[in-house]
Design a protein around this ligand. Structure first.
Ligand SMILES: Nc1nc2c(ncn2[C@@H]2O[C@H](COP(=O)(O)OP(=O)(O)O)[C@@H](O)[C@H]2O)c(=O)[nH]1
Ligand SMILES: [Mg+2]
Length: 387
């Protein structure tokens, strides 16, 4: 029996089911709210994790320009720089889960010492065992303008590649010739890739060359990031919306799987209380990945309106109740067990309704406040086909 048929059955019994179900959901949402919301939202924010990226290369190659072009909030300009080692500064900004480690002293002739120091720091952090403290990735910048590759640079790339994935970034790329790119590629076999970028448009007497390559750099970096740092990278970068979607897909998939697990257990009296936290957490995580400034009040408004008007959870409960009452012999449910598939489908339906609401408002330039977002979310939920 497909979900569509189930929904049809539910429509028939809606008059009976609707009132108590919604009543319970509101209570459940309130419950989950007062008990867990703060912890849930905090846990969701925590789940975003951190992404730590080393950005190295000679002075003037465009490291700061690159970082400012890729990440939110002019990280390299306005971020707080904290010395980590003699040659490395950590740039971070309140609310941004990406930290940049800018390396200095690379051209001072003591590069062997710098390499040793960085390897030591990377390994020290590995031994700490906390994934948030690890250095996940390195971008080594070489100017595609100067077209000079020094042995210090290749040694740095090939040595650091033994510790973390290193992407070679050819900055200030203004011509289409590939000789230098090919040379670098041959000399840096341990690097994960060589990517040509122009971080800012470049003015020439005959016109402006538009910026390019940043989306490719982020795409590649996202794939290299360990799972715990992917959402952080997606959230802080501003050049690749497909990565944002990928990270949201992941958040929704995890929530749906987790709702399905809860759903597959026998229904206690207040099963919605079990379902609601998963969905609240999912919404908080989506807000975080998509840079929707969401606090406790904001999420409460969203969840209440979703639960009150129609509510994916309400639908899920209604479906289950309808099944229990009407067709216990259908074989889909055993002794009051909510269908795992139903719980999962309902949760992902809710996740995508929320994602689409944010995209829609962003596309129309509408302020992403709680009132606007709840209104759109409610509309999207009504349109959501659970199949
Ligand atoms: N037009 C343009 N200028 C760039 C680009 N990247 C770097 N620059 C310029 O190169 C100079 C050095 O860049 P900066 O980011 O400070 O280099 P850093 O020392 O490696 O951090 C600055 O004047 C930048 O404006 C780029 O992609 N396009
Ligand atoms: Mg700089």
């Amino acid at each position: 029996m497909g979900i569509k048929n189930i929904i049809n059955i539910i429509k028939d019994v809606k008059a009976v089911q609707k009132q108590p179900a919604i009543q319970n959901i509101s209570d459940a949402a309130k419950n989950a709210n007062s008990l867990n919301l703060k912890a849930l939202v905090e846990a969701a924010l925590e789940k975003i994790g951190h992404a730590n990226i080393i950005v190295a290369g000679k002075t003037g190659v465009g490291k700061s320009t690159l970082v400012n072009a890729v990440f939110q909030g002019n990280l390299a300009e306005t971020g707080v720089g904290r010395p980590v080692t003699q040659n490395m500064k950590e740039y971070s900004k309140e609310g941004e889960p990406v930290h940049i480690f800018d390396t200095k002293g690379f051209e001072l002739g003591n590069y062997k010492e710098v390499i040793k120091e960085l390897k030591g720091e990377i390994n020290r952090r590995k031994q700490l065992g906390d994934p948030k403290e690890q250095i996940h990735l390195g971008w080594f910048c070489i100017s595609n303008d100067g077209k000079r590759l020094e042995s210090a640079e290749t040694e740095f790339i090939n040595e650091l590649s033994k510790e973390i994935p290193i992407v070679v970034v050819l900055t200030k790329t203004v011509d289409t010739k590939l000789d230098f790119y090919n040379l670098v590629k041959n000399e840096t076999p341990k690097a994960t890739n060589v990517i040509r970028v122009l971080a800012l448009p470049y003015e020439t007497p005959i016109g402006t060359i538009p910026a390019f390559g940043l989306d490719e750099l982020i795409d590649h970096s996202y794939e290299l990031m360990p799972d715990i740092a992917k959402a952080a990278l997606a959230s802080s970068q501003k050049v690749n919306t497909q990565i944002t979607k990928k990270a949201v897909d992941k958040v929704i998939a995890i929530a749906a799987a987790s709702a399905a697990t809860i759903g597959a257990t026998p229904i206690p009296f207040s099963d919605a209380v079990l379902l609601a936290p998963v969905q609240i957490g999912m919404i908080a995580s989506i807000c975080k990945v998509m840079k929707v400034p969401a606090d406790k009040q904001f999420i409460t408004t969203l969840v209440s309106s979703a639960a009150g008007v129609m509510g994916a959870t309400a639908t899920g409960r209604t479906i289950v109740r309808g099944l229990i009452k009407l067709i216990p012999e259908a074989g889909l449910i055993i002794g009051g067990t909510i269908s795992a598939a139903t719980a999962g489908i309902v949760t992902s339906g809710m996740g995508y309704a929320f994602y689409n609401s944010i995209r829609l408002l962003q596309g129309q330039g509408i302020d992403l406040n709680a009132a606007n977002l709840s209104k759109e979310f409610t509309e999207q939920l009504k349109k959501t086909k659970l199949k």
